[in-house]
Design a protein around this ligand. Structure first.
Ligand code: AMP
Length: 363
């Protein structure tokens, strides 16, 4: 792939964002605060990010003419989701700098490649094995043991494309449940808590990570993040070290999030990587209200070639997602002293759809 070498851009630049969800919306709002203009490309006509930017392109990611016009209009390009098709990224990278480098996508779009990458850095993951076909599934299950989690290699999020296998569960039913797609089998991790680190890496290689978030999921979807996580300083230090190591190994520019499990290990704890998100992350939304710099601003600073800020947290923070019908409760939240309400402007309410979030900071 021929890539255009990135140069730092000034606040008069236009930043292109691939993807128009709430992450793109909040990135664009942070960019606007720094003076940038944004242009969002997304196929979905009612994209939340369309409402807050100067220019929008409503087009498919494979529409080369639209991609060409988009690239012409912007100075640099970034993305708000990891499933940007490789061909789209390559097409754009030949025209304008795309940051983070699209090579990161090839690894993070595929759970098997991602797990091998993490393992190659000497960082722990749940024991795993590839299950490319139904016949490989039995071998993978016997090597990993039960309980296990079957996950599709690609396009899984918020628990989609996943099935848990306890002893006695029918492997074929799980295989069918995930759509009979190339998958991996992971040992079920009896974690004590789930945490994440949102870290930024600048073009100069400097890393700034936010405090460790502790995440509570419901139906596999993030419901609450609490910051700082109730972990020992050793665990927090290890989690931040792991995120920094991953960012360095990717030669990453921008914000990434690493989701991890904390497992009781004798008298202490160990940390295992579950997933890497090469983008801003839901568990970092608290930074909008609870920190001197948000994850969105850090990402914009990084991709623009600006220095990163050293984050200063304002207090203990809690972020609650408003999922599906819960959006109706936004009015109650408006009356809660200190609550910061964020609504994504999504028109259709669907179960499991992230509609907004609320942050509270306790100084
Ligand atoms: P993922 O899509 O991999 O982020 O998984 C979504 C959620 O499922 C995680 O946040 C965990 O709560 C749970 N989960 C995923 N993998 C495992 C595992 N190997 N062991 C235990 N729980 C898991």
């Amino acid at each position: 792939m021929t890539s255009v070498a990135p140069q730092p851009v000034g606040p008069d630049a236009t930043i292109g964002i691939l993807g128009g969800g709430q992450l793109g919306r909040m990135l664009a709002m942070a960019a606007a605060r720094l003076g940038f203009k944004c242009h969002v490309l997304c196929p979905e006509p009612t994209s939340p990010a369309f409402d807050v930017v100067r220019r929008v392109t409503e087009a498919d990611y494979s529409d080369k003419a639209a991609l060409d016009r988009f690239a012409d209009d912007v100075d640099i390009i970034t993305y708000e989701f990891e499933n940007v098709p490789a061909e789209t990224a390559a097409f754009l990278a030949a025209r304008k700098p795309v940051l983070p480098d699209p090579k990161v996508l090839a690894t993070t779009q595929d759970r098997l490649a991602e797990k091998s990458f993490v393992a190659s850095l000497g960082i722990a993951t749940a024991p795993y094995a590839a299950a490319g076909s139904e016949s490989e599934l039995a071998d993978a299950l016997s090597s990993v043991g039960r309980p296990a989690v079957l996950k599709t290699r690609r396009f899984g999020y918020d628990g989609k494309g996943q099935a848990t296998l306890h002893s006695g569960d029918d492997a074929l039913a799980a295989w069918t449940a995930v759509g009979r797609q190339p998958s991996i089998v992971e040992a079920f991790v009896p974690f004590e808590r789930e945490i994440s680190v949102v870290a930024a890496r600048g073009r100069d290689g400097k890393i700034q990570s936010f405090d460790v978030a502790e995440n509570e999921h419901r139906n596999h979807i993030l419901k609450v993040s609490r910051i700082p996580a109730e972990v020992t300083p050793a665990v927090a230090g290890e989690a931040r070290r792991i995120a920094g190591r991953i960012a360095e190994a990717f030669d990453y520019v921008g914000v990434l999030a690493v989701e991890m499990f904390v497992v009781a290990d004798g008298a202490g704890h160990s940390v295992m990587v579950n997933e890497i998100a090469p983008r801003v992350h839901n568990s970092g939304h608290w930074t909008l209200d609870g920190c001197s710099v948000s994850q969105f601003e850090q990402h914009i600073r990084a991709v623009a070639g600006w220095p990163l800020a050293a984050p200063v947290r304002h207090g203990r923070a809690e972020m609650v997602n408003l999922i599906g019908d819960e959006i109706a409760s936004y009015r109650q939240w408006l009356d809660v002293p200190g609550a910061c309400v964020h609504l994504y402007g999504k028109q259709a309410v669907r179960p499991d759809r992230k509609m907004g979030h609320v942050t509270r900071v306790f100084p």
